[in-house]
Design a protein around this ligand. Structure first.
Ligand code: NAD
Length: 475
């Protein structure tokens, strides 16, 4: 295990690596192999000029490949005013572990562009994105076979469409061009359910946790997700969909929302759809009726609640505020929201943490489905849907003739139904989150030296990675 200097805060990648070290120690992996597993394979930094309003501006972006034992390497591209090489490398390494945990056959990668997207007009952003994409293609860091980005903070399907179109123009001969990026608009090769996938995956992870009564009890929680008091940080892509599902489908109460500009609280629960509409209209949570507003957003993390879901960005729970956290369960929807030092404090205080590398893997899981769909050039379910319906109708007829009476309405509905693509995507995502949880749990229970889900998740990932490296002769 590496040594930490208590006087300075750890960088993001140091924080991730110290957490990974716990698992490497449990597995007694030798120091050479440990170093090889943690090292980033390659990182490029690109400075490129773009003319904005008649003036040249120079932009800086990074793309890092942590591992390429499986190709393509996969990971989002974020556009943010604070991005740096260390952050991109940390996020790329998380992608490696994440893909291994959920059995998605990709290496790990991540990209970032240093920019505040809110300060640029749409056309300028398009120019900047296309130029960045061109640089990535030319340098071998963007293609369906080698490196496939996806949305992350500050990017969405619009940016992915620009990236895909840029690649297509550079490689019109590549019949699989649309697989060069995931999270695209549906009309341009995207897959239904991708936009909501990370948030939905977060909820599937929480539901699976609550199906395991022993884990719920160990966390000091009462059974059942319904009625649980939840604090959500970040109502962006991931946070919004997670909160919306928890509010609408699981009947949990989102009692607080922390956003960039403050905190909204309501003990009776906030209506997520209404808060989102308010943000869309006013660009702030301030002024939302039906809630108390405070400018001290960080205080929201310390509210007494059952579940705290940080879904904004990294390093939100640090050694400074960890001791004040009162949630029983932290569900890391964002990447790296809890630092290594904070993780130590929270564990000592008995807080259960479902870790990022598992919790937010729904995005890459559905990205994998999208990539496969792009290579297959056909939507999932297109061949079998009507056939399944026909078989369902035949089964229903057989039941009716045996029973001598018409089937009940619910049978008509459920049996004579062929799954559409969205059903299949959600089923695949649910299956992935459930299976992966059970793998984590098995690892957790298999070794007395594993005392938390994060170490369990890295143990699961590292075992698979080492196996893969041995198979291809690297170790
Ligand atoms: P996003 O930009 O859509 O949303 C982030 C939200 O957090 C925004 O509403 C923003 O205003 C808010 N926010 C930013 N800083 C904040 C702060 N200090 N306090 C409170 N709120 C703050 O980004 P996203 O795509 O939802 O990503 C959020 C996190 O989830 C990131 O860590 C990202 O790496 C991770 N993640 C995203 C995906 C994905 O599919 N989008 C997949 C896996 C992981």
């Amino acid at each position: 295990m590496g040594q930490k200097n208590n006087n300075k805060s750890l960088s993001f990648s140091e924080s991730v690596n110290f957490m990974v070290d716990r698992a490497l120690t449990v597995l007694e992996i030798d120091s050479g192999i440990s170093a090889a597993l943690k090292a980033c394979n390659s990182t490029i930094k690109i400075n490129f000029p773009v003319e904005i309003n008649g003036k040249i501006e120079v932009f800086t972006g990074w793309r890092s490949v942590h591992s390429d034992h499986r190709l393509p390497s996969k990971g989002g591209i974020r556009f943010a005013p604070i991005v740096n090489e260390d952050e991109v490398e940390a996020l790329a390494s998380l992608m490696t572990y994440k893909c291994a945990i959920v059995d998605v056959p990709f290496g790990g990668s991540k990209g970032g562009l240093l920019i505040d997207p809110s300060k640029y007009k749409r056309d300028d952003l398009q120019k900047i994105t296309r130029r960045f994409a061109r640089e990535l293609v030319r340098k071998g860091f963007l293609s369906p076979a080698k490196n496939v980005p996806a949305p992350d903070m500050g990017t969405g399907e619009r940016e992915m469409a620009w990236i895909a179109d840029t690649y297509k123009h550079l490689h019109p001969e590549d019949i699989n061009y649309s697989a060069c990026v995931t999270g695209k608009p549906i009309a341009h090769g995207g897959i239904v359910g991708r936009t909501e996938a990370t948030g939905r995956g977060v909820v599937y992870a929480i539901r699976e946790f609550f199906r395991n009564a022993d884990d719920v009890q160990a966390a000091g929680l009462k059974p059942g997700l319904g009625g649980k008091r939840i604090v959500m940080q970040g109502l962006g892509n991931v946070g919004y969909y997670a909160a919306k599902l928890l509010d609408e489908e699981d009947e949990s109460k989102i009692i607080a929302i922390i956003e960039r500009d403050g905190l909204l609280t309501n003990e009776n629960g906030l209506c997520i759809e209404d808060v989102r509409m308010h943000i869309n209209e006013h660009k702030t949570i301030k002024g939302f009726p039906d809630a108390t507003f405070s400018e001290n957003g960080a205080a929201g993390l310390e509210i007494k609640c059952d579940i705290l879901i940080p879904a904004a960005m990294e390093a939100q729970i640090t050694k400074k505020n960890a001791a004040n956290i009162k949630a029983k369960l932290i569900v890391e929807a964002a990447n790296g929201p809890v630092t290594f030092e904070a993780d130590d404090i929270l564990r000592q205080n008995g807080v259960t943490i479902l870790p990022d590398a598992y919790v937010n893997a729904g995005g890459v899981t559905v990205s994998y489905f999208e990539w496969v769909r792009n290579l297959a050039h056909i939507r999932f379910g297109r061949m079998e849907r009507r056939h399944d319906e026909m078989r369902g109708a035949q089964l229903l007829q057989a039941i009716e003739s045996m029973a001598g009476k018409p089937a009940e309405d619910w049978m008509q509905k459920e049996l004579v139904y062929g799954a559409n693509e969205l059903d299949l995507v959600r089923s695949g995502l649910d299956d992935t989150m459930r299976n992966s949880y059970q793998q984590l749990k098995e690892a957790y229970n298999s070794n007395d030296n594993i005392n938390d889900f994060r170490t369990a998740s890295y143990v699961v990932a590292i075992k698979k990675l080492v196996r893969s490296y041995i198979d291809i002769g690297v170790f």
